[in-house]
Design a protein around this ligand. Structure first.
Ligand SMILES: Cc1cc2nc3c(=O)[nH]c(=O)nc-3n(C[C@H](O)[C@H](O)[C@H](O)COP(=O)(O)O)c2cc1C
Length: 198
């Protein structure tokens, strides 16, 4: 299912077509080549001081079910409801310290978000669907995967092939069928001065 954005101005079709769907095809694996391509896209994100503060853990249900399950168990029930069919899960983390001087990096989360969006757009371009999630137990994930305190756990991401919407049930189905919407450009983008709509 496609849910192309209705945009106020023309944008690249990969941007318009990327969306956070919840119907995944459990029968279709994501290849290792595709996973590496997703990582490569994230790798080429820009970052403050070229620090590349992001770290990603990738879990592939088809090659290591036990680890995928351990990651899945960290998700909140509302996400587990639909993530169960996604063959790949990722966790994005941000280094709180700059590599070159070990001082606090206040742009690390910004950069990690950019890397994550690169990955989501690459997924769309590969015919996959990526869906980011803040709904997971941070402490449980840190414990389960021995993630050092220096790193802030940001979001998990489900990746796989989209399935027919009929595979989604409950509350997720309502969200799945709702129209995609955004605030108008004029509310968030300003012309020269604060709050003057572009
Ligand atoms: C950091 C972040 C956390 C999110 N957390 C969740 C989540 O826990 N569960 C969920 O279903 N969607 C989650 N989403 C998806 C958003 O709801 C979705 O991106 C937003 O509604 C816009 O829809 P679109 O991505 O289809 O354009 C999250 C997205 C981001 C970027």
């Amino acid at each position: 299912m496609k849910k192309t954005a209705t945009t106020q101005a023309p944008v690249n079709e990969v941007i318009a077509n990327r969306w956070s769907g919840r119907a995944y095809d459990a029968s279709k694996a994501v290849s290792n080549e595709q996973i590496i391509s997703l990582c490569e896209a994230a790798r080429w994100a820009p970052s403050c001081f070229g620090d590349e503060p992001w770290r990603f853990i990738v879990w592939n249900k088809n090659t290591d079910l036990a680890s995928w399950q351990k990651a899945f168990d960290c998700l909140v029930p509302g996400n587990q409801e639909w993530v169960k069919d996604a063959p790949v899960l990722l966790l994005t983390c941000a280094d709180t310290l700059f590599g070159h001087n070990q001082k606090p990096n206040r742009w690390a989360q910004y950069d990690t978000g950019a890397a994550a969006e690169n990955l989501c757009l690459q997924a769309e371009d590969l015919g996959l669907m990526a869906h980011q999630m803040g709904g997971f137990n941070v402490d449980a994930a840190r414990d389960a995967f021995s993630i050092p305190e220096q790193f802030t756990l940001m979001a998990m991401v489900a990746v796989g092939y989209a399935a027919d919407i009929k595979t989604v049930t409950g509350e997720a189905l309502n969200r799945e069928t709702a129209a995609r919407k955004r605030k108008p450009l004029s509310e968030l983008f300003f012309d020269s001065v604060w709050n003057k709509p572009i």
